[in-house]
Design a protein around this ligand. Sequence first.
Ligand code: UDP
Ligand code: LCN
Length: 800
Amino acid sequence: MITQFETALNQRREALYPLFQHLVRLGRPFLLRGDIMDEVAGYCATDPKAEASICDPNLNQWFRQVQEAVVGPNWLCMGVRVGIARWRYIRLHVDEMIAESLSVQEYLELKEKAVLGPGASETRPLEIDTEPFNRGFPKMTKSGSIGRGVEFLNRHLASQMFRDREAAGVRMLRFLKLHQVDGRSLMVNDRITDLAVLEERLREATTLTGRLDPQTPWSELSAPLQELGFEPGWGGTAERALESFELLSELLEAPEASVLERFLSRIPMIFRIAIISPHGWFGQEGVLGRPDTGGQVVYILDQVRALEAHMRRWFADQGVDVTPRILIVTRQIPENEGTTSDVRLERVHGTRNADILRVPFREKSGEVVPHWISRFSVWPYLERFALESERELLAEMGHRPDLVIGNYSDGNLVASILAHRLGVTQANVAHALEKSKYVLSDLYWKDNEEAYHFSTQFTADLIAMNTADFIITSTYQEIAGTEDTAGQYESYSQFSMPGLYRVVNGIDLFDPKFNIVSPGAAADIYFPWFENSRRLPGLHPELLDMLFGENTGACHRGNLVDPDKPVILSMARLDRIKNLTGLVEAFASNETLREQANLIIIGGRDINPDALSDREEQDEARRMHELMDQYGLDQQMRWLAVHLSKPQAGELYRVIADRRGVFVQPALFEAFGLTVIEAMVSGLPTFATCYGGPLEIIQDGSNGFHIDPIHPEQVAQRISTFLTEVRAEPARWDALSHAAVDRVHSRYTWDLYAERLLTLSKVYGFWRFVSDLERHETVRYLEMFYHLQYRPLADSIRSD
Ligand code: UDP
Ligand code: LCN
């Protein structure tokens, strides 16, 4: 790669020399990809010779790959992403125009020096490198396979089984004998003593079940099958049991990945699940819209409902008489502010046996912490919380869970402690990794320490990512980004927190632990506007009044003078990153758009900044007022600070669709974006940020549109063009609307999610069993990291 660059450099030396000199003379210690692209574009605009040079395909490609640069007095040191998840580091001496390759250590050291300045200590920092532990692990090699770990693992396991079928069969038998629930054996009992017996009994069982009426229930088969050595778990009917027997016979004869997955997915392994989401305000009413809740709470509640429903159906299909048990473990907050956050146990609506279990945070003295604490400051409480949660979980479930799923950085750390102590499978869901949300938050960690404590959070992230048996992500880009931009997990591969430690290999994106399992939108709440029989007309008067009424009781600013125009709707928490004010500005600055449509923003808990407790929310509320004043928007937009119930929220999207409106999600970065799929499945043409999940959810122009919030004028122009097209050809709106619905139905549903997640859990459970590896070495290494690095960092927050 460096040779290619050098060749291009030599050929275009004359034109490039001034450009690189210019980049160095900017006097900025770091340049990010966007800065470099802008500078290059600006430079080319002034110099046609330079422009012609940069058109060289090699060079152009190369500039696109430079993600960042550290700038020295006469050199530029570049982090070049030569492919998905593949980085190289190059130093270019701009006077001589000579390039040299650097190791990741050398590159990170330069970054550290740029931050710490000449006073930087000469002592070698702690270097974190997880790579040596992964040597014995099977790994994927193609970037296209990233996020499809379970498929890879199945292939790997099947080929291992193929190599030594006898040994694999013996292992499979041992594995099948393990299963039991509430003291009852499942799958195989001691009558099957070895592989030969298993094979023979499978033949007999196949003949026996094959002769029966396919619908014969297991209860009528159980006696002869038990005699043969088979216990419940094979199927609820003769037909299903026969299929399972045939699958296993096929597997023992000719191991194949898809058969292995189908067979494993039938084994009853997961009965009890613990879902960890510590930071709290985890409730079912009146808590959405808090800075720390939002999508994560929605995701978990819908996830739990889907998992329980799927497990029930599946237990019935497999003929296992068990009730699934799911507990969401979160923080108990005595100062409840009108929510249920102080209640110890709360049934999840729409489930029969899933509860929210709340466990308090305690001071070192044992005293309960009474008030809410931001997710950025929870670290000192987590270890104790984990231990207390373990006791409460065991008491409540009467058994250890079969699977622990962590959520967000704090939940993943607690899941890692619990899974290790209980010896069960650990799955992680990040929801959002703050590291990529806050630019340069690793390098300038010290500046952010007081408000955000990122040093502790990133340390916790590294530990939890590496202990997890598997990691679920909502999109591919969350792991490995796109051709041009790095993924959220990728940002943990190599980074440095100057003065603290340096990470040369933090996480391997080619590890089969990564799996994309996208969430959905609750199908009973979010459905298309054209499914008339399901609509909730009873809610319309109230909703229409809230949107368009003059003296509505809702907390709002702005009265729309022409309510018949189509509506541009946006709904999000009032965080800076959600960029609702950016959308207001885009709307305000485009006269045509203001003529064409009204803007309705739903965000925040109050329009009065002084009534808000969160700093970012206050700033955004102030900015919203400023913009409305500055552009005189009160008759063309309405800002509502309301909390909608779920049915109201669902019907709201559809009411906007009735008026041929659109939905806009203008975030500066959005990890996934539940509102995007909610709006789409309601049938609203949706314009969503190109930074993060929506880039993958929407196929631009086919079932929605990408917008770049960095360029508000283009955002406004795109929406305006669409509205003009719809005016000329109303069918365009309908086509987009149906395409959006189809996209969500085909890719983003909770049924698909539950099915996939449970299959993954089983394959990884099997993998843990057969591989015998359990990442012992990594876990030991991380334990040291936890005790020597994480704990002191977390404790220092307590003493702040
Ligand atoms: N939401 C809501 N009321 C609001 C703002 C958001 O009910 O005022 C819901 C929204 O419908 C979605 C979730 O909160 O289900 C937000 O999830 P998303 O993934 O879009 O963003 P997050 O808040 O997690 O960053
Ligand atoms: C957190 C976010 O920031 C959103 O982008 C996600 O949709 C949400 O969590 C659910 O995973």
